[in-house]
Design a protein around this ligand. Structure first.
Ligand code: SAH
Length: 489
């Protein structure tokens, strides 16, 4: 190791920055964050540096750099575009034994400025010793996504309780267990929920009670439609912290791959046709694992509150007194629309959108078909592949035009996505012709006509006219069998 990492307290300490451009501005912003007393030396300043000077937050010396200024500063930053001047500053600093950073020059610098993830008072600094700054930045971005912003509040809370925790748990191992439960359990979760007072109370209770009860919890997480890029940062963090993951069959393997390696994965999937774990069975599993003190992630396709029975699971957890959180996911309708190039609303074509399911007789009988058959609205139909004939009959019976366009999206957002287009009149036949399977989502309404012209992901829609396909830009990845299928259809 050539560099010795250290965190410097610069509050109320004088620092000189030579240079008045955007790089100097960035350095000064960070120095001001650390409450340093900054003097900037440059003939001209960026507008922001000028503002800070006017506001009295920094001092400005427009005259030529003078060696004697270094006598009263703790650090100096050389951020000019003049290589000779930078070198001179570095030499003078060296003679006076003060640390110097020369921007973009690892050799002349006696201190480096790391890439930083700031969860103050917790700070993570990353350095590659100037060898691979881009890699350090990339790592910083990764950590930035992994670490919740409430971590700072957690560190502050832990600092406040630190003395009392030491007295309460003089044994090192017990103390470590207490901290672990503080950092991973309900206290951390309350802080994420923006409830600092409840978090403090819970921490106080944990400190008062003995022995440390490790309370389990459940996070209900929406996994989105399949493309792991559509996970939220919250979902990713929950997957990273999970001890157990109870997931639906619909959740893609790519998403599960992102979970903590040693987390136990249990499929509680349900698929049209057969249910291999009943809802009561899922409730029992949630309860068992949470009561054993584990952090349980209940991972569902799309969004947990859209046709996901998330509500029932929360009702059950509430009855049982198990703490929970909910992380929303991108629901199939929203994802399929985006990945098929079908805007769900459009000023010219649709003023409203309805999410409906029509997978069984009782759900069909309770729907308001007159309302569903209205013009200029979009229907996003979940779980409907098997019932397209019945759906069509009811909609036409209630006045929807047979010429209403549809887009049927199978495996939306996944590499094997297919989009079938047509009109309400030939909906069931076109789906049967292309042997559409679950999961598939139907978008019915005027907007669906745009699927042909706005498609951007995967194969072009099946049902596009041969003409539309011929006018695709050169090099578009359209296979000849797609063309053949279009001819047949
Ligand atoms: N909670 C989920 C929906 C569960 S119901 C959500 O918010 O998306 C299951 C239905 O969702 C499927 O039958 C299908 O209609 C739809 N669906 C889920 N993922 C899909 C995908 N990747 N492509 C197309 N439809 C999907």
């Amino acid at each position: 190791m050539k560099l010795y990492p250290l965190f410097a307290d610069l509050s109320r300490r004088a620092v000189l920055v030579v240079g008045g451009g955007p790089v100097a501005e960035r350095k000064i912003a960070a120095l001001l964050g650390a409450q340093a007393q900054v003097t900037v030396n440059a003939p001209t300043l960026t507008p922001q540096l000028q503002r800070w000077t006017t506001e009295g937050r920094i001092a400005h010396r427009p005259d030529a750099f003078q060696e004697s200024w270094l006598d009263r500063v703790w650090l100096v930053v050389a951020a000019t575009s003049d290589i000779e001047l930078n070198r001179l500053i570095a030499t003078f600093a060296e003679l006076r034994r003060i640390f110097v950073n020369v921007v973009d020059d690892a050799v002349l610098s006696s201190f480096h400025v790391p890439a930083v993830v700031d969860r103050s008072p917790l700070i993570i600094a990353i350095s590659s010793g100037g060898e691979a700054p881009m890699l350090a930045r990339l790592l910083r971005e990764r950590l930035e996504t992994l670490l919740d912003h409430s971590l700072g509040a957690l560190a502050t809370l832990a600092a406040r309780l630190r003395k009392r925790i030491r007295v309460r748990h003089p044994d090192m191992a017990a103390r470590r267990r207490f901290y672990e439960s503080l950092f991973a359990g309900p206290v951390a979760s309350l802080l994420r929920q923006g409830r600092p007072d409840a978090a403090r109370q819970t921490a106080e209770q944990a400190l008062a009670s003995s022995p440390v009860a490790s309370a389990g919890s459940v996070v209900l997480v929406g996994a989105g439609p399949g493309d792991p890029g559509l996970l939220t940062l919250r979902a990713l963090r929950a997957l990273n912290e999970a001890d157990v993951i109870l997931h639906d069959r619909l959740v893609s393997a790519e998403v599960l791959d992102l979970a903590r390696r040693d987390a136990e994965r249990i499929e509680v999937g349900k698929q049209a046709g057969y249910h291999h774990t009943t809802q009561d069975g899922i409730h029992a599993l949630l309860l068992r694992h949470a009561q054993a003190g584990r952090r349980v992630v209940r991972l569902k396709g799309g969004d947990p509150f859209v046709f996901g029975r998330g509500g029932e699971e929360l009702e059950f957890l509430r009855e049982q007194g198990i703490p929970y959180e909910v992380v929303p996911g991108i629901t199939a309708a929203v994802a399929c629309a985006a990945y098929a190039g079908v805007p769900l609303t459009h000023r010219d074509h649709a003023q409203s959108v309805r999410f409906v399911t029509a997978h069984c007789q009782s759900s069909r009988d309770t729907l308001d078909w007159t309302a569903l058959a209205q013009e200029r609205q979009t229907l996003a139909v979940y779980m409907g592949v098997a019932e397209l004939g019945g759906l069509r009959a009811r909609l036409i019976e209630h006045g929807r035009a047979p010429s209403t366009p549809f887009a049927l999206i199978e495996n939306g957002s996944r590499p094997d996505q297919r989009v079938i287009t047509g009109t309400l009149a030939n909906l069931a036949e076109r789906a049967a012709f292309h042997a559409v399977h679950s999961p598939a989502l139907l978008i019915l309404g005027e907007v669906a006509a745009l699927a042909t012209s706005l498609a951007w992901f995967g194969q072009p829609p099946l049902g596009a006219t041969v003409h539309a396909i011929r006018t695709l830009p050169a090099g578009h990845p359209i296979a000849s069998d797609v063309l053949a299928a279009v001819h047949r259809a």
